[in-house]
Design a protein around this ligand. Sequence first.
Ligand SMILES: NC(=O)c1ccc[n+]([C@@H]2O[C@H](COP(=O)([O-])OP(=O)(O)OC[C@H]3O[C@@H](n4cnc5c(N)ncnc54)[C@H](OP(=O)(O)O)[C@@H]3O)[C@@H](O)[C@H]2O)c1
Length: 247
Amino acid sequence: MITGASSGIGRGLALEIASRGARLGLLARRQNLLDEIVSEIKARNGQAIAVAADVRDPQAVRQAADRFRAELGPIDVMIANAGIGTSNHAAQLQPEQVAEVMNINVLGAVNSVAAVVPEMVERGSGRLVAIASLAGYRGLAKSAAYCASKAALSSFFESLRIDLRNTGVEVTIIYPGFIKTDLTAGREAKMPYLMELDDAVKKMVTAIEKGKKSYAFPWQLATIVRSSLIMPPGMYDWIAARNSFRE
Ligand SMILES: NC(=O)c1ccc[n+]([C@@H]2O[C@H](COP(=O)([O-])OP(=O)(O)OC[C@H]3O[C@@H](n4cnc5c(N)ncnc54)[C@H](OP(=O)(O)O)[C@@H]3O)[C@@H](O)[C@H]2O)c1
């Protein structure tokens, strides 16, 4: 089961995972785009179904998961990928915008987990995957809502990983850097180590297949971001203010 499967990373994951033989349940709001992906998968002799749903609606997500289980069998892997990005400066803070980012990026993932985890625990197997972000490690300029949502998402999944130890249900948290998708398209700010979608998708699928607990990439940016964790606040702010990835 993949949420946010209609474009970008979700679409890429769907096509790559289908090519490796898995049956797929795809969820996003844009039915027409999902239908095109299902046709593409079927044309390559794969199996997939699509359900249009909004991850903010817990009942709709549960119904989608029920349909995937009924038509394709138990859900082995649920990838919580649906997400949006926004640019906002602290001086023009709009609470509604922050709420929307949180609702989709965090609570949408919570709804997706809730729709699959009881059945996984009962069965004693399954994998929950979060598409978090390197932006969740520390705050970035003009990205308060997005950074906070990704920090919340990764902490949420980390707690799940601890709670679910010894249940047979495992958790993978993926922290990508910049990838060429609609989310990053049109930005004029320089995005270091910007990756091609296909390359990034292959890395993510390999990390999931290997059962990694966490995977941050590309390694160059992941190393810079991780080392920033030990910087004192004044030093970090000085560097971060000079490296805005948003206009
Ligand atoms: N691109 C990057 O550089 C990058 C880096 C790190 C992490 N990420 C994360 O990767 C994930 C995918 O982003 P992307 O780059 O592939 O962007 P994208 O092409 O804009 O894809 C976002 C996906 O999320 C879905 N979505 C958004 N709101 C939704 C909702 N309310 N309910 C259901 N689905 C919803 C969209 O589908 P519909 O509009 O059809 O609903 C779409 O399929 C996001 O969580 C993003 O934060 C991206």
